[in-house]
Ligand binder design. Structure first.
Ligand SMILES: [Zn+2]
Ligand SMILES: [Zn+2]
Length: 100
């Protein structure tokens, strides 16, 4: 399979603040869905501050984490959704899930 880069982002810069230094690659869906994030290109670059090293980071702020998952789902649906529904691959619907 051809490795897809990111379907969310074209530039190599922090998705939140656009800095180009100290970037990490963040998989939008992790745990059992990390491989699916890789397969479908659901990844973004984040600077250390926005990735995991401050309260403004996706790994500490659940709202930022959820926001990225909703964005990821929307991109997935735009590009792959006609072939295979998001929920049958990722087993959740982040657009309508109220549970957090
Ligand atoms: Zn940043
Ligand atoms: Zn991460």
């Amino acid at each position: 399979m051809i490795k897809i880069k990111s379907i969310i982002q074209e530039k190599k810069e922090c998705y939140f603040c656009s800095t180009k230094s100290n970037l990490h690659e963040h998989h939008v869906f992790n745990g059992r869905n990390r491989n699916n994030s890789e397969k479908y290109g659901l990844k973004v670059y984040l600077c250390t501050r926005h990735h995991s090293l401050s309260k403004d980071s996706v790994h500490f702020n659940p709202i930022y984490m959820k926001l990225l998952k909703i964005i990821g789902q929307l991109y997935y649906e735009k590009i792959f959704g006609f072939d295979e529904p998001f929920t049958s691959i990722f087993y959740r619907n982040y657009r309508e899930d109220q549970s957090g």
